[in-house]
Design a protein around this ligand. Structure first.
Ligand SMILES: NC(=O)C1=CN([C@@H]2O[C@H](COP(=O)(O)OP(=O)(O)OC[C@H]3O[C@@H](n4cnc5c(N)ncnc54)[C@H](O)[C@@H]3O)[C@@H](O)[C@H]2O)C=CC1
Ligand SMILES: N/C(=C\C=C\C(=O)O)C(=O)O
Length: 487
């Protein structure tokens, strides 16, 4: 292929070694639309090799004390931190996100994921109960499950990959991770640090490629008893089907159609900039992003005017521009999908107040084939519209009015998803009432995306199965056993 030599070429990382692949997939720079990288197109053969390595490494790694594993995780965190700028540049180029977001969120959080689980693994305790009337003592013990299969998406590549790798290896498992084929570069860069951090060969294996090929080979492998997946609901369905014959442990972190509920007593000075951010951060490509904004009628016009004004200030720019708030979407296909929702809304008679088709986006000449679009606000839209029901996963948000607390709770809950909600009010009683009634795994009140990694993270309904966090991840990545001693 012409120009192949100039392309960055990734290799699988199996048993502590970089291994070339027989075939490769093109990976695109979202800001130009050019192919810039080749990603291994792995399949069953590579998964079999990774399973062999992970199986061989498991007894030794599982036998180490939590303190020893913790030290390795801390060293890896330090090495990632030392490479922060290089990783941020790579993440921004590969994903299309702004360099500022990669520098301040993606890579620092990846570092924090290792530090956090390095620490939390030292603090778990087990249960013990006594039954004196029959002379018995009961207690529980936990052990790592074995080889963990980890499948991560393209929106927060290293952030979400490390959110799985860190708790899995901290608990003594060995892992086979499959990052998204669209964003594989930072995972490959992390592999270069593993040996220096003291991760033994075979403990972390990373196999690159597409979902249907290598993802399914991993999920179907009988020696991988556990799958942790973040991504779309249709893929989760497929993973569930493939796992069923093996009764695998599954953690599924899926999409959302997240409401923001804004009451008339909300502090709009804080609410508006935060809701712009919660709608458009990372191009709206975060499962926690707001995409339905319910505003109490008495402040609806004021909110809408100020919200549209603030959205127009949300600068779309090339990812390397430090002043840009938003970069490029992940792919041409995804850009087209997001645009198709706006087209449907228009056909249904909704109004597009700013963004796509209303305002003009100006880009440097070399970025004109990049996957950019303006943040878009839709209004006059019915709750039944697909734009109000389906996950768009792009910089598009709908704003609609509501009258009463009961009505808005019912409307907010009327979608199949239940991941994250925000509630804006200065009435503490109302906040507690509403938060309790929302069908949502996470409710942020008067804020958004403030993360406490100790606490359960995940969704209800079609937003997922299971929770992640200190205790939840530990429970997921270990098997529990109850032992009874008769004395
Ligand atoms: N956490 C979230 O909520 C995310 C939601 N999405 C949603 O999903 C839509 C589609 O994005 P995709 O990248 O196609 O998500 P996806 O669910 O297809 O991809 C996520 C990961 O699963 C893998 N995968 C795909 N098919 C698989 C299979 N059959 N077996 C095993 N692994 C498989 C992919 O290679 C990737 O690593 C987005 O438009 C968005 O709506 C996407 C990424 C993250
Ligand atoms: N799972 C996603 C985001 C998680 C964020 C966090 O753990 O802080 C997603 O966007 O897919």
């Amino acid at each position: 292929m012409a120009g192949t030599k100039a392309l960055l070429t990734l290799e699988n990382f199996i048993n502590g070694m970089f291994v070339p692949c027989n075939s490769y997939i093109d990976s695109y720079d979202p800001s130009t639309g050019d192919v810039y990288c080749r990603v291994p197109n792995s399949g069953k053969e590579e998964i079999d090799a990774a399973v062999e390595a992970a199986r061989a490494a498991f007894p030794g790694w599982a036998a180490r004390s939590p303190q020893e594993r913790s030290q390795v995780l801390h060293r890896l965190a330090d090495l990632l931190e030392q490479s922060l700028e290089e990783l941020a540049q790579a993440e921004s180029r590969d994903q299309g996100k702004t360099i500022t977001l990669a520098r301040t969120m993606d890579i620092p959080r990846s570092v924090q994921n290792f530090r956090f689980f390095a620490s939390s693994i030292l603090h778990h305790t087990s249960e013990c109960t006594q039954m004196d009337h029959v002379g018995c003592l009961h207690y529980t013990v936990r052990a790592p499950v074995g080889i963990a299969g980890l499948i991560s998406p393209w929106n927060l590549p290293l952030y979400l990959l490390t959110w799985k790798v860190a708790p899995a290896i901290a608990a003594g498992n060995t892992v086979i991770a499959k990052p998204s084929e669209l964003t594989s570069v930072t995972a490959w860069m992390m592999c270069k640090l593993l040996e220096r951090a003291g991760v033994p060969p075979g403990v972390v294996n990373i196999v690159f490629g597409t979902g249907p090929r290598v993802g399914e080979a991993l999920v179907s492998h009988p020696e991988v008893p556990l799958i942790s997946f973040t991504g779309s609901q249709p893929t989760a369905e497929r993973i569930t089907q493939l796992s069923a014959p093996h009764c695998k442990k599954l953690s599924l972190e899926l999409g959302g159609k997240n409401p923001a509920i804004i009451f008339e007593d909300a502090n709009l000075e804080e609410c508006i900039p935060t809701t712009v951010k919660s709608s458009f951060a990372n191009q709206g490509e975060i499962c926690l992003c707001t995409s339905r904004i319910f505003v109490q009628k008495s402040i609806y016009s004021e909110f809408l005017e100020k919200f549209v004004e603030a959205t127009r200030m949300w600068k779309v720019g090339i990812p390397s521009d430090p002043s840009a708030s938003m970069g490029a979407l992940i792919s041409k296909a995804h850009l087209e999908k997001v645009r198709s929702y706006i087209k449907k809304a228009r056909m249904e008679g909704a109004q597009i107040l700013c963004g796509e088709g209303v305002d003009t986006l100006s880009l440097p000449r070399r970025n004109q084939a990049g996957y950019f679009m303006l943040p878009t606000v839709i209004t006059d839209i019915k709750d039944e519209s697909c734009c109000m029901k389906e996950e768009i996963f792009g910089p598009v948000t709908c704003v609609v009015p509501f009258d009463s607390e009961e009505e808005v709770i019912q409307r907010a809950n009327s979608v199949k998803y239940g991941l994250a909600a925000t509630v804006w009010s200065s009435n503490v009683g109302r906040i507690h009432r509403v938060a309790k009634k929302l069908q949502s795994g996470l409710v942020w009140t008067n804020c958004w995306l403030i993360r406490e990694l100790n606490l359960p993270f995940g969704g209800m309904k079609s937003s997922g199965v299971g929770r992640e966090g200190a205790k939840d991840s530990y429970e997921f990545f270990t098997e529990i056993k109850t032992i009874t001693i008769k004395h």
